[in-house]
Structures are given as structure tokens and as C-alpha cells.
Design a binder for this molecule. Structure first.
Ligand code: HPA
Ligand code: ZN
Length: 319
């Protein structure tokens, strides 16, 4: 199996339906309207976020989060991944009464257990939740800036992209940048090219989570290529949410061919009926990428990883 790497997966969005059912049983939660025989139940992005929050609420202890991270990363390693960055949300821990340090400790234990079992390297990116407002995102950044765990290496902004303006969140990213964290931000998924330009101007991130709607503006595509900003592309997520009509019509190919650094990611895999392995398979089978192109995306992901240079060098040498 060729090695794979992932930079963009929300850990609460990585809950396999079987694990959700087991957790619901554990806590006596009725999953009607959340999960049915077809999978997670949602119709649009707003409904997806609501469903995601319900599933996150099934994880209530350090041990629950350890189990989630270990389960996800072990499966990912079995599918060929050597490296994964999971997006973690202390705000979701707080909703179930789990303090931020216990939340991270649980996830870190799961990352460690998966590494011991399979060798996969995992890191965590703390995220702010955009629709909770700028102050909540500043609080998430302040927490991340304390460098609460050595496996926390970056900061992201997720949630409802249509809420507020990127500039409202610049202060949170300044705090994270000053603490030496790697920066990435959700943009150019539900909002258009202007959101990607705003992200570049106000946040100056090394990477953009999605960013694919930059394709609407040729000058912006050129800027992304010139500046070497890495896009964490999630084609299956985009198709599931109706951002693009089909894989054939997805801009991954055009962005790649115009020199933008792109990577393959699963976002919230079972919610979007995908997995990292499926993203790799679709890129080859439905988007016409060669094996060399795809190996190049894996290399790009490791090069853009928010991980210590020694580990990065080891991972690159294993490709
Ligand atoms: N996009 C934005 N916010 C999110 C997502 C996503 O796919 N998953 C969880 N929060
Ligand atoms: Zn995402």
C-alpha cells in the first residue's frame, strides 16, 4: 500500500456509526434523527453542524475521547496513513463538562495508543468555532497559545463560514501565531473566493482548510500558487454538501494543474460517506490523477505538516 497522510479531519466528525451506537447505548441516548440505517441524518450544512454536535455529545469523558482517537487513527493507519492531524474542539469538550486539559489528555492518550499499535504519527490542531463569535475563538486561541500539550501544534477556525467576517477573527490568529502554532482556517468552502483572499490578508495562514472556491478568481489562484499556500482539499465533503455537483466538476484538478499545492483529506468522513482511502481512490479513478500526482500530494501534506522537523524528516524519508 502506498503511504497516505491527512491534514484535515475533525475528530468529532470521524465517529464511525458503530462507535456512535455503542456510545449511545452507554449513555442511554436515543439516536432517532441523528443516525439511521443509511448513516448520519442531515440535509444541508446547518443540519450537518447540528447532527455533528449531537454526535459529539456522545463523548463525555477522557476515556471516551481516547477511544475515539485510537479507533479513528488505528483504522486510518490500516488504510495506509503514516501521519494525521486531527482538528480538536475544546468547546465541544466543555459542552459535556469536560475541561480542556482532560479533553486533550484523552485525545492524546488515543493518539499514543494508535501510534504504539501501528506507528501512525498524530498531532492536534485546536479549533475555534466561528459561529460562537470572536470572543469564544480568542479564548480557544489563548488556550492553544499556552501550548497545553506537546501534540497540539496548530490552530484552525471551523464552524459556520457564513457567520461574521474573517477580520473579526484576526486577533485570535495573532495570539496563535505569536505562540508559534501553525495556522490554517476554513475558507472558500461555503463562501466564495473573497473569503480565501480575506483569509490570506487577515490571517496569513500556511494552509487553508478547503479554499477550493478560490477557483472562482484566476488572480487569486495565481496568488495561492505564488505564495505556496497549501489547500487541504476534501472533494468528497464538497460533493456531499453540494459545493460542487460532481467529482468531474471539482476544481482539484484545475488548482493542481495551475501550480497550487493541494492535499487530500476526509473532513468528517462518515458524515460525508467517505474516508481518506476513498479520497485517494476517487482522485485516481474519477479525477484522473496519476500515481505520481497522488504521491506528490502525500509529500505536500507531510511538507506542510505542523510537526517537528525531526519527525517531518523521518516521515519524508519513508515516502
Ligand atoms: N466544516 C466546517 N466546520 C466544521 C466542519 C466542516 O466540515 N466539521 C465540523 N465543523
Ligand atoms: Zn473541515
Amino acid at each position: 500500500m502506498r503511504p497516505k497522510a491527512e491534514l484535515h479531519c475533525h475528530i468529532e466528525g470521524a465517529v464511525a456509526p458503530e462507535l456512535a451506537r455503542a456510545q449511545a447505548e452507554k449513555y442511554g441516548v436515543d439516536l432517532t434523527g441523528v443516525l439511521d440505517g443509511e448513516g448520519y441524518v442531515w440535509r444541508d450544512f446547518t443540519g450537518f453542524l447540528a447532527c455533528y454536535d449531537r454526535v459529539a455529545g456522545l463523548f463525555r469523558s477522557e476515556e471516551d475521547y481516547a477511544l475515539l482517537a485510537e479507533t479513528y487513527l488505528t483504522g486510518l493507519a490500516e488504510a495506509g496513513a503514516i501521519y494525521s492531524e486531527i482538528i480538536v474542539s475544546p468547546d465541544h469538550g466543555a459542552r459535556v463538562g469536560l475541561g480542556p486539559n482532560a479533553y486533550l489528555a484523552g485525545l492524546a492518550a488515543g493518539i499514543g495508543a494508535a501510534r504504539d499499535r501501528t506507528g501512525i504519527e498524530g498531532r492536534m490542531l485546536v479549533t475555534g468555532i466561528r459561529h460562537l463569535g470572536a470572543e469564544a475563538v480568542v479564548a480557544a486561541a489563548r488556550f492553544a497559545a499556552t501550548r497545553p500539550h506537546p501534540l497540539v501544534t496548530g490552530f484552525n477556525l471551523a464552524g459556520e463560514e457564513r457567520f461574521g467576517r474573517v477580520a473579526d477573527y484576526a486577533r485570535a490568529f495573532d495570539i496563535a501565531r505569536d505562540a508559534g502554532l501553525g495556522l490554517t482556517i476554513h475558507a472558500g468552502e461555503l463562501c466564495g473566493a473573497a473569503s480565501v483572499r480575506d483569509a490570506l490578508d487577515h490571517v496569513r495562514p500556511a494552509r487553508i482548510s478547503h479554499g477550493v472556491r478560490a477557483i472562482e478568481d484566476a488572480a487569486l489562484v495565481e496568488r495561492l500558487a505564488d505564495e505556496g499556500v497549501v489547500l487541504e482539499c476534501c472533494p468528497g465533503s464538497n460533493i456531499a454538501l453540494g459545493v460542487f455537483p460532481s467529482f468531474a466538476g471539482h476544481p482539484l484538478r484545475a488548482l493542481h494543474d495551475r501550480g497550487v499545492k493541494v492535499t487530500l483529506n476526509s473532513d468528517d468522513p462518515p458524515f460525508f460517506h467517505t474516508s481518506l482511502a476513498r479520497e485517494y481512490a476517487v482522485a485516481a479513478e474519477e479525477m484522473g490523477f496519476s500515481r505520481g500526482d497522488i504521491d506528490g500530494m502525500t509529500r505536500t501534506a507531510i511538507e506542510a505538516a505542523f510537526v517537528e522537523p525531526s519527525v517531518k524528516a523521518r516521515l519524508l524519508s519513508s515516502l
